[in-house]
Design a protein around this ligand. Structure first.
Ligand code: ASP
Length: 417
């Protein structure tokens, strides 16, 4: 029985909504102790998702590229993918820029009242050359062990391309083998998705139980501006791209992407959501593995529209709060570095807030006051992170659907499944 034929309470997204409501209730009523008791369920679910990321990405890309072949087809897919990433991220940043100039959330804000927190330590590439060294692994096994996604993607692409130029007999053996391995990983992914409501319950209980609400008041305008920006991009910007570039109904695409959106929202990690995104884009949206395996793993790592929008709004908010009026040139620098920072951000919770220093450095904003404001933003970052992660994931799926259509895949998003 397919998901759509089941009574509502047996449909996964309804189960997840109920789990969210129960999680909010448990977290609000019992607070921190509930998070301490129930949090492990969410952590275990995240671990299950992380467990399958590397084998899923490896087998999916190798199987996809081996059948696409090297040479011009790969080159074409690559240019379309990069073109889409740049277009959607730029649209996101410009939306954020317009709203932050309109609402001016930082002007006169009283950050002193907000709670300040220490930032987690995450490493980010400091220059384009360093990024190149991140892409080419010195040791593939080590790169896999450290979940270095760009390195794994690079290796899988060149490995798949090498299979595609083998003599027919060996090529068929290997394409069949990797295709079978990929199908197995998809089955495993669906098995894990079965436990989604439980995982979401644990994650949401922890989030509500540990996030204080008082800090929200001091940063209310910032929260509103960012929320509005993400909403405009999710419900207007990206749907417009779907309609104009792919002739795809946004309503159908949203319906097919329900599960990854809910997982992104609950986990705050595009990386952990990737298996669910790949399953939905290929099984529900109807994109081939050839395109999906190309656009999605790379997208989860480098194409982060929500994060790019957040970098822009966040940096300009800090500048406004400190009383700086940025010139047009400085704002242009913010736009550019916001996109670069979103590329450098890891697909894990809070990564976006860590790389905001790249944007701030570019306009010479540093010092203890800046750190206090960023620390206060961290105190309330989780719900915002949940939302921007959902936007990040949705943009990747829109890219996959649009590119698949442009490659002649006419069945994409014809029906909501
Ligand atoms: N949590 C986001 C993601 O995984 C990154 C961010 O913090 O903006 O997509």
């Amino acid at each position: 029985m397919s998901n759509a034929d089941r009574p509502w309470y047996r449909r996964l997204h309804w189960q997840v909504f109920i789990a969210m409501a129960l999680g909010i209730l448990t977290g609000a009523v019992f607070g921190e102790p509930a998070a301490a008791r129930i949090g492990w369920i969410g952590d275990l679910f995240m671990e299950l998702l992380r467990m399958i990321i590397i084998p899923l990405v490896l087998t999916s890309i190798i199987a996809g590229v081996a059948t696409v072949g090297g040479g011009s087809t790969i080159g074409r897919l690559f240019s379309k993918t990069l073109g889409y990433y740049v277009l959607s991220s730029s649209l996101a940043v410009v939306t954020g820029l317009a709203l932050v100039n309109l609402i001016r959330p930082g002007v006169g804000s009283d950050i002193g009242g907000a709670v300040s927190q220490e930032l987690p330590e995450l490493s980010t590439p400091s220059s384009p050359i360093e990024l190149l060294f991140d892409v080419v692994p010195e040791n593939v096994i080590q790169a896999a062990a450290n979940t270095e996604m760009l390195a794994i993607i690079f290796f899988s692409i060149v490995f798949g391309a090498s299979i595609s130029v083998l003599p027919e007999r060996t090529r068929t053996i290997l394409t069949d083998l990797f295709d079978a391995l990929f199908q197995t990983m998809m089955k495993l992914t669906n098995g894990i998705i079965f436990f989604l409501p439980l995982g979401v319950y644990g994650l949401i209980t922890t989030m509500v139980g540990t996030t204080g609400f008082s800090a929200f008041r001091a940063l209310a305008f910032y929260v509103v501006t960012l929320g509005a920006g993400l909403t405009v991009h999710l419900f207007i910007g990206l749907p417009l791209l779907l309609i104009l570039l792919g002739r795809i109904s946004p309503k159908i695409h949203f319906a097919n992407m329900r599960e990854p959106l809910l997982v992104a929202f609950s986990t705050s990690s595009s990386g952990a959501t990737l298996p669910v995104t790949m399953a939905a884009v290929e099984e529900k949206v109807g994109v081939s593995n050839r395109v999906g395996s190309f656009v999605l793993p790379m997208g989860a790592t480098v194409n982060m529209d929500g994060t790019a929008l957040f970098e822009c709004v966040g940096a300009l908010f800090i500048a406004q709060a400190l009383g700086f009026d940025l010139s047009l040139v400085q704002q242009a620098v913010v736009v550019l570095t916001a996109i670069l920072a979103s590329i450098g951000a890891a697909a894990v919770p809070s990564a976006g807030l860590v790389v905001i220093f790249i944007v701030l450095e570019a306009i010479n904003l540093r010092g203890p006051e800046v750190n206090v404001i960023v620390g206060s933003m961290l105190a309330i970052d989780r719900p915002l992170d949940m939302y921007r992660t959902a936007v990040n994931v949705f943009s990747d799926s829109c890219g996959a659907a649009i590119i698949a259509r442009s490659e002649g895949e006419t069945e994409v998003d014809q029906v909501a499944r």
